[in-house]
Design a protein around this ligand. Structure first.
Ligand code: AMP
Ligand code: FE
Ligand code: FE
Ligand code: ZN
Length: 281
């Protein structure tokens, strides 16, 4: 079982890297992608926790914005975590999440929801990439809503009056940085990112020119019709097709290994990295 997209408490997942690795081992995952939002913080603990039978694919899910302002998530896999340019890019995105959260809190306060930045900080593990899920957790703790899901449905979704985006690279720029650092780039859940907007095939062609290696097709947020469209785009552009869980622990319904990647597609992706960076015990 190959699952290339998961989160830990280093971003908005709820399992530590150690717990994630143990779950992957006990649930029959053979190849595990660790892709926290805008962070490589969990890599070392995951590497130390590995045991025979599980291969680790170090990665990150990089927050991007299109020039139209749409949020796109780019999975970078197997890049050199010591590459200065990618370290700088991830740090800038992470830093920009703080003023953005402050703006969201300000908008919520103006609408009468009493929540402070300290509440949000308290809901976030130290060092973790700050995101709306932590604002959601703070709202749950304050009794404003009952769950993360309810917080997103009522207050924090992308079309909400309280939504604010944060500074982020263009998808093509993130792809170029990932590739320059020796890794491979896979666009995460593209239809869910673009939901409600028409899927622009030209933008995939532009990303392919920038060096995109694959498209995440099988993901719970994409229905069968969307998956067929994406599969056709991948075929046309010669890109790999992946499937993954986007596991977040108890932070989301997604179960480890609920969607998986075909071994031949993974082989094709892995061959795109500049050196063998899959980690084994
Ligand atoms: P942000 O990165 O701060 O814009 O927050 C986006 C993150 O929120 C996504 O990566 C998801 O993990 C999470 N998210 C989105 N919708 C939901 C939901 N309904 N329930 C829980 N988490 C969600
Ligand atoms: Fe997330
Ligand atoms: Fe995502
Ligand atoms: Zn994700």
């Amino acid at each position: 079982m190959i699952d290339l997209h998961t989160h830990t408490s280093c971003s908005d997942g709820t399992d530590s890297p150690l717990i994630l690795v143990n779950k992957a081992l006990s649930q029959g995952v053979k190849v595990l992608g660790l892709t926290d939002h805008d962070s490589t913080q969990g890599w070392d603990e995951a590497k130390r926790s590995l045991r025979a039978g599980l291969q680790l694919v170090p990665g990150a899910e990089i927050s991007c914005l299109t020039k139209e302002g749409l949020s796109v998530h780019m999975l970078g896999l197997l890049f050199d975590g010591e590459n200065p340019a990618i370290i700088k890019m991830l740090a800038e995105i992470k830093d920009n999440r703080v003023p953005r959260a402050l703006k969201i809190i300000e908008l919520l306060n103006a609408a009468g929801f009493e929540i402070t930045f300290a509440d949000v900080e308290a809901a976030k593990p130290a060092g973790a990439t700050l995101g709306r899920p932590h604002i959601a957790d703070a709202l749950v703790k304050l009794g404003v809503v009952n769950s993360r899901d309810e917080a997103f449905k009522d207050l924090l979704h992308n079309d909400s009056p309280y939504y604010v985006s944060h500074l982020a690279p263009l998808p093509a720029d993130a792809i170029r940085q990932i590739r320059a650092a020796g890794g491979v780039a896979v666009i995460a859940h593209p239809s869910s990112s673009l939901r409600g907007r028409s899927l622009d095939v030209d933008s995939f062609a532009d990303m392919a020119i920038a060096g995109l290696n694959g498209i995440e097709v099988d993901h719970r947020d994409q229905d069968s019709r969307e998956r067929e469209v994406l599969r056709a785009v991948a075929r046309e552009l010669g890109l790999a097709v992946t499937g993954s869980s986007d596991y977040h622990g108890t932070g989301k319904m997604n179960q480890l290994g609920e969607c998986t990647t075909d071994p031949a597609q993974w082989e094709m992706l892995e061959a795109g990295a500049d050196q063998r960076r899959v980690v084994t015990a």
